[in-house]
Design a protein around this ligand. Structure first.
Ligand code: GLG
Length: 830
């Protein structure tokens, strides 16, 4: 890696001045950790030993801040945000923490003096893959911004023993390998063995008299213990360090001694295994709900542990639960933790002997709910039968919440029985199911979508009836991503350039300051810097792809990138149809003058999602044919980057020229990859969907390649009776691309392999790929023309970076703080 590409060389050069850490101290601390914690010495340390020693050295520096922060928050009795999320996709810690501590440079120098290969050490880290995609990564960006903005906050989630699977590509197919991320230890977490809470499952309930009141007792048939593991989350350029608390499931210590003593050894062990299964593995589905019993157990498990922990904190500080909703605001990251609404009621009523009304008052003033998707298959419901069997007491509470809620609805909309059925927490139509989005909505004082367009659709579609009732509760908070991870760590060259242009690194905490770049968009000298930075990043990626994937790509070509989960609504196959059309054009007219392109794909498919897996196979099959065809492979290359995760993604954002955001309009709630690319200077080709709409507004229509039907147009097309095969008959090139796939050209003559995909497109095309094909191709032709004019391209690229301030997660978090959470910064001082 060249000098320019060192994370940290761009910012915080006053590193050790800020932290008071000298190189000598770091060296000594590193050697001590190697010696005392790992039992090693420099000469025999493996790269992994070096990584562990480095990680401990950094963590020690963080603990100081963490404790000071905790003290400060405690003393100020500050209102605290609790971010409940089933996923936190953090990415590697080491580089990020070095940056946020401001000791990247001095550590690098210390490493060099000890003869260590710094890059190799960073490379050793196995990232905690505790999330599927956008939703989990958003939670991680928000933790970063909360700490940076000095907001008292706790992230609560699950410490999955196996995170998202590792993806291998074998013969073009996705193969899943389990992610054993804890195998070599996790230096970033602190186990809190004494911090544990019981969580019940199954059994039945009984009523009893208590002081003249009827109360309920839940007699479970399984009790699981949640144990806390804490990870400090540092802010950037501040002393605040917040807490991420993840729960791990265990059998209570005294597990079934009776069974042991009576000789039922297997029975006793089974109970232990059953308990520990709960936090074993992350469900690898991004959008569709799994509907599995274990998933409901996971949800209840972490919601209950987190609330019990908050109650502990509140009672410790105030001695009463009365002001609970003043002390805490709980953000529900999608419906995965929505059961918390009923669980808080249970804890207040059954365990803390409150009456229903005051308990409900606290509950509905505590929660706020973020919706992340409109896809029907992703809206969570649980059958009443399963729910009642697993959580009998919670079912009673859900019924009671519903009864009281529907009484209100009845008063408001007299006689509107259809509306009541639509709004009920119970869907009576499909085998009686509990609608988790309704539970979250009824139990929250604020509900928000994740981009302007999405929030409008939430109000007009899935939660329309609720919006009619409580319009004041509905908000929009457009997503954002952290520039610490996605510019400084990923793209140090760009970070350095931005710091030079802005005069200091203030843009890192105030991305709107990048507006000062605008005048440079026409500066020839600056264009030269810009081009040099981009080319260097593209060379790095080309090297990386050669080493990791074994393909050669030419850094001079246009890098056209689509990385995200593989899903039909995201329409990777539309991209493939474009590639095939380009291929056919070149075959028909070998000397045709086209802008040479390298197409890069990446992303995981849910293991049970066959069509998505077939799309991966198609991409790899098309790649195989094109990359081996000497007639075209100087102008066309296709690469599938295996195992797309945070660590690998960091190589891509700096190198991309074109960012593909081509979902069917109305389907992508926000998207956040679109932001990561644009803030690194890639131009977007995209539909009017999710946050694309706002990105285009910010960067300017002239700096964005918009295409495709709008959501309303598509809806109309569908209502009129959409007949994709007819589109095909009119569009020769489209027909021909589909025929080519069907002919077996990409599948060694096998005409069956891709038949399901081709037929799906021809006869159903649920995501209207064919409807947008021609518009997409036309726009891609314009992209090629624009690429031919580097001056113009660079200008657009610079303006994209200059105008992406809105999409810093710092802005999103400020929006949440002001509009929803009503929390204020509490600076921690060292
Ligand atoms: C969802 C949506 C994305 C969104 C993300 C974060 O599909 O469009 O950007 O949440 O809000 N499952 C997801 O990734």
């Amino acid at each position: 890696m060249s000098d320019m590409n060192r994370p940290g060389s761009a910012v915080g050069e006053s590193d050790h001045i800020r932290t008071g850490l000298s190189k000598e101290q770091l060296k000594q601390a590193y050697i001590d950790n190697l010696f005392y914690l790992l039992g090693r010495f420099l000469e025999v340390a493996t790269p992994h030993d070096s990584y562990m020693a480095a990680a401990y050295t950094v963590r020690d520096r963080m603990l100081d801040r963490w404790i000071k922060t905790a003290r400060t928050y405690k003393a100020s009795q500050a209102r605290t945000v609790c971010y409940l999320s089933a996923e936190f996709l953090l990415g590697p810690h080491l580089a990020k923490n070095l940056i946020n501590l401001g000791i990247m440079e001095v550590s690098r120098e210390a490493g060099a003096e000890l003869g260590l290969d710094f890059e190799a050490i960073l490379e050793q880290e196995e990232e905690p893959g505790l999330g599927n995609g956008g939703l989990g990564r958003l939670a991680a960006c928000y933790l970063d911004s909360l700490a940076t903005l000095q907001i008292p906050a706790i992230g609560y989630g699950i410490r999955y023993e196996f995170g998202i699977f590792d993806q291998l590509i074998e013969d073009g197919w996705q193969v899943e390998k389990s992610d054993v991320w804890l195998r070599d230890g996790n230096p970033w977490e602190l186990p809190r063995p004494k911090l544990r809470f019981p969580v019940r499952f199954g059994g039945h309930t009984e009523t009893f008299q208590d002081d003249g009141r009827v109360r309920v007792r839940w007699i479970p048939d399984l009790v699981v213990e949640g144990r806390a593991y804490d990870t400090p989350i540092l802010g950037y350029g501040v002393s605040n360090a917040n807490l991420l608390r993840l729960w791990s499931a265990h059998a209570p210590e005294s597990f079934d001694f009776q069974a042991f003593n009576t000789g039922d050894y297997y029975g006793a062990v089974h109970a232990k295994v059953e308990a520990e299964t709960i936090s074993k593995v992350l469900y690898p589905n991004d959008e569709p709900q799994a509907g599995k019993e274990l998933r409901l157990k996971q949800q209840y498990f972490f919601a209950s542990c987190s609330l019990q922990d908050m109650i502990r904190l509140q009672l410790g500080a105030a001695g009463t639960l009365e002001g609970f909703h003043e002390k805490f605001v709980v953000q529900l990251n999608d419906t995965h933790p929505a059961i918390a609404v009923a669980e808080l009621m249970r804890l207040l009523i059954d365990e803390h002997r409150m009456d229903w009304e005051p308990a409900w008052e606290i509950t509905r003033r505590t929660f706020a709910f973020t919706n992340h998707t409109l896809l029907p298959e992703a809206l969570e419901t649980w059958t009443v039968a399963l729910f009642g069997r697993l959580l009998p007491r919670l079912l009673e509470i859900v019924y009671e919440i519903n009864r009281r809620f529907l009484d209100k609805v009845r008063m408001h909309f007299l006689g509107d029985e259809a509306r009541i059925a639509r709004m009920s927490l119970i869907d009576e139509g499909h085998g009686r199911r509990i609608r988790m989005a309704h539970l979250a909505t009824v139990g929250s004082f604020a509900i928000n979508g994740v981009a302007e367009m999405h929030s409008e659709l939430v109000k007009s579609t899935i939660l329309k009836d609720f919006h009619d009732l409580w319009p004041e509760r509905f908000h929009n908070v457009t997503n954002g991503v952290t520039p610490r991870r996605f510019i400084i760590v990923s793209n140090p060259r760009l970070a350095r350039l931005l710091t030079e242009c802005c005069g200091d690194d203030g843009w890192v905490r105030d991305m709107d300051r990048l507006r000062s770049l605008e005048p440079l968009a026409d500066d020839v000298g600056f264009h030269e810097d810009w081009r040099r930075m981009k080319t260097a990043a593209k060379r790095d990626l080309a090297d990386w792809l050669r080493r990791r994937v074994g393909v050669n790509v030419d850094p001079e070509t246009l890098f056209d990138v689509q990385v995200k989960r593989i899903h039909e609504y995201k329409r990777q196959h539309l991209n493939v149809l474009h590639i095939i059309t380009l291929y056919e054009r070149l075959k028909a007219e070998p000397n045709r003058d086209v802008a040479p392109r390298t197409f890069v794909f990446g992303g995981k498919a849910a293991p049970g999602y066959l069509m998505a897996k077939l799309i991966i196979k198609l991409i790899n099959s098309v790649a195989e044919v094109i990359n081996q065809d000497p007639q075209v492979n100087d102008r066309l290359r296709v690469v599938f980057m295996p195992d797309f995760n945070v660590k690998n993604a960091q190589h891509l954002y700096p190198a991309a020229d074109l960012s593909e955001q081509i979902s069917m309009a109305g389907k992508e709630a926000s998207g956040t990859g679109n932001m990561k690319f644009a803030m690194n200077g890639a131009l977007t080709i995209g539909t009017l969907d999710g946050a694309n709409v706002e990105i285009r507004e910010e960067v300017g229509d002239e700096n964005f390649f918009l295409f495709g039907h709008t959501a309303e147009q598509l809806q109309r097309l569908q209502a009129e009776g959409y007949r994709p095969w007819e589109i095909c008959n009119d569009r020769f090139e489209l027909r021909s691309a589909l025929d080519l796939i069907a002919s077996g050209l990409f599948s060694h003559g096998d005409k069956e392999l891709f038949r399901p995909l081709v037929e799906n497109l021809l006869y159903q095309d649920p995501f209207m790929v064919l409807a947008d094909y021609e518009l997409y191709l036309d726009r891609q032709t314009e992209v090629s023309h624009a690429w031919r004019d580097p001056k113009h391209w660079n200008r657009m690229s610079i303006l994209n970076v200059a105008r992406m301030g809105k999409f810093s997660s710092d802005r999103s978090i400020r929006d949440y703080c002001e509009r929803i959470w009503r929390v204020r910064p509490v600076p921690a001082e060292l």
